[in-house]
Design a binder for this molecule. Structure first.
Ligand code: COA
Length: 228
């Protein structure tokens, strides 16, 4: 299977992609807008999508959208041809489109709205976290896209604060912070930075604290034993 950044060569699959998006939405009972051929073709020819194929057959698709003048990016329209599902295709496509989004818009927050467990799992593995809607783009055009959803009334009733979709967000700064933490040496007794004396004192202190903590129960711990 090939997973590529889209180009004009992939325009031949656009009708099939559009039809499958529509059919799948019907089967799931969601009223997501039917993306026009023109819109999808533009995404494909501008290299703002990822297409999976096998021996010339279309397998899967996902595209990039930007909102709030590029401050937010969404990876939308994820779709896998039914006969290729449950084999990890969506996971690979999302990894590729996420990387493409990060390369093109390194400062942008990447987000998604979904009711699908598969997408939640994939997003979570990529480092997205569930958030409330006010953390997402407030770009009117984005929210207008919900107008064709069967749950639009609920969204409006909730004053656009929440709805049936789970909002998930990847924040680049958080990832950098995480990388910073991970770059710290795992072993805090790193002998290259500490003399033998400092190392043994620090270790003894930690062992002491550990022993006293073990022997001394906090009031909360007692409480919890009582309640068991
Ligand atoms: C949702 C969809 C893209 C998943 O594609 P896929 O290639 O089958 O997904 P993967 O095989 O990569 O599965 C990813 C994970 O989701 C799980 N998963 C897949 N389909 C699932 C489903 N219907 N329900 C619950 N979990 C599912 C997989 O077990 C896997 O989990 P794991 O990593 O813990 O093993 C595909 O079913 C599809 O095109 N559906 C119709 C369109 C759609 O719903 N798009 C999403 C719009 S938000």
């Amino acid at each position: 299977m090939e997973i590529e950044i889209s180009s004009c060569e992939h325009l031949m699959y656009v009708s099939e992609i559009q039809q499958e998006m529509y059919d799948s939405a019907q089967r799931r009972g969601t009223g997501i807008a039917k993306r026009s051929i023109e819109y999808l073709s533009k995404k494909i020819s501008e290299g703002n999508a990822v297409v999976a194929t096998e021996n010339g057959e279309w397998v899967g698709f996902c595209y990039i959208e930007t909102w709030s003048h590029g401050k937010f990016v969404a990876n939308s329209g994820l779709i896998v041809s039914p006969k290729f599902r449950n084999g990890g295709v969506a996971t690979q496509i999302k990894q590729r489109v996420f990387q493409l989004s990060r390369d093109k818009y390194p400062e942008a927050k990447v987000f998604g709205l979904t009711t699908g467990l598969a997408v939640m799992k994939i997003n979570s593995d990529l480092g997205y976290k569930p958030v409330i809607y006010s953390e997402l783009t407030q770009d009117e055009e984005f929210w207008n896209g919900c107008k064709n959803c069967v749950n639009y009334e609920i969204l409006m009733m909730k004053e656009r604060k929440n709805c049936l979709c789970t909002a998930m967000l990847f924040v680049p700064e958080n990832d950098k912070k995480k990388e910073g933490v991970n770059n710290q040496p795992d072993n805090k007794y790193d002998e290259t930075n500490q003399s033998d004396f400092e190392y043994s004192v620090q270790k003894s202190l930690d062992e002491f604290h550990l022993t006293t903590k073990k022997n001394k129960k906090s009031p909360d711990e007692k409480e919890s034993h009582l309640s068991v």
